[in-house]
Design a protein around this ligand. Sequence first.
Ligand SMILES: *Cc1c(COP(=O)(O)O)cnc(C)c1O
Length: 434
Amino acid sequence: MDERTEQLRHLDKAHFWHPFTQMRDWGASDSDPLIIESGRGAILTDTEGNEYFDGNSSIWTNVHGHCHPTINAAIRNQLEKVAHCSALGFSNEPAILLAEKLSGLFPDDTLEHVFFSDDGSTAIECACKMAVQYRQLTGEESRTGFVAFGGAYHGDTMGAASLGGIGVFTDRFASKGYPLQRVEDLEALEALSEEAARSTNVVIIEPLIQGAAGMQTWPEGMLRAIRDWCDENGAFLILDEVMTGFGRTGKMFACEHEGVIPDFLCLAKGLTGGYLPLAATLTTRQVFDAFLGKYDELKAFFYGHSYCANPLGCAAALGSLQVFEEESVLDSIQPRIRYFREALNAVVESSPHFGRVRQVGLAAGIDLIDAATGGELDWRKETGARVCREARKHGLLTRPVRDTLTLMPPLCSTEDQIGGAVSGLKQAAEDLLG
Ligand SMILES: *Cc1c(COP(=O)(O)O)cnc(C)c1O
C-alpha cells in the first residue's frame, strides 16, 4: 500500500462517519476502505491505480458514465458564471431551462410545475407536504391518510422514512411520521374500506421496481390499476422515480411503461447524470393553483432549502438531458438490456449459489441462496457483502441488499462490461462459497 493511501485511510477511520455503515467494522484494523480517485465512463479508479467497473452506478446515481465531456463542459461553463445563487426571490437560467425541459418530457397540461430541492428524500418531503397543504387549502381536512407499500424506501429524512417499509431503516422512527396505512400489494389497496379510501390523501409507490427492498418487481398492470384506484377515490398518486428515472428501466421514466401520469413525480439520483445533488418534484396545475392567493391568505408553500435550484446542479442536469438526445441513449440501450437479461438468466442457471433473479432495464437483483438446501442464507453472516467484496478482485464494485446481489450498470456500459460484471459476481460467489 502506498503511503498516501495509508494516510488517507487512517484519517478516514479517525473522522469520517459513513452512511449505512457499521463503523466498528469499517474502523477495524483489517479493513482497508477503497478510496476512489477518478472515473471515466463506467470505470472508477482508486488511489492505488486499481480500476473497477462501477457496477451499481455509484449507488444508483450515474447515468452516462463519469467525466462525460458534455456534462463536464456544462458544469464548467456554469462555474465560470456563478456556482450558486438563491432561488428565494431570484431565478437563474439553468433552473428555468431545466424546469421547462422536465415538464416538456410529459404530455402538455400534465406535470407543468417543477419544485427543486436537494436529494431524493427532500423531493419526497416536498411532494408530501404539498399534498398535506393542498387538502387544507381545498377544505378536505379529513383526507389525511397516507398509503405506502410493504418494502418501500422513500429516503431517510423523518417524513420520508416514516413511509418506508423496511423495518431496520424505519422502525425506530415509525411513530414520528405521517399517518400511515401500509399495504402489501394492489389487492390490499383495493380492499381498503370505503372510509379508509375516502380519507386517503396520498398513495405513494416506487413504480415497477423497489430498489432498497432488494430489486423487487411489481406485477405488470399494477401501476395503471393504482392510478385508477386513486382517480376513483380522489387520492393523489406520488411516484417515487428517484431510482427508476432517467432511462434506468429502458424508458425515460418507469411510469411510461403503463401510460401513467402521477399527481407528483419525485426525481433525484440520476437527474444530474449522477454528478451533483439535485432533486425535482413535478406536479400539476391543479395542485399549483390551489396555492395561489393574496399574500395575507398565507397559502404560499413555505418550504425550501438553501441550495434549491442550484445553478451548477441544473446545468449538469441540462447536460445529461442533452446527452440523452445527442447520443440517442434510450434507443441504444435496448440491445444491452436484452444482453443483460440473457447474461443474468444464464448465470443463475449455472450457479448453485444463485436463486431468483429480477431485472427491469439496467437494474437487477440476484438472490444468494444456500447451495446445499436451496433456502435463504442467514443474513447475520453477511454473505452478500462478502461476495461483493470478493468481486473487487474481479474488477467489480457493487453493493448488496442483504443477501441480494445488485447490479445497476451505468447506461453507457458496453456489453463486455455488463457481461464481465455478471460473471464477476459468479466467480466471486464461487471463490468465496465453493
Ligand atoms: C435513493 C432513494 C431515495 C432517497 O434519495 P436520497 O437522494 O438518498 O435522499 C428515495 N427513493 C428511492 C426509490 C431511492 O432509491
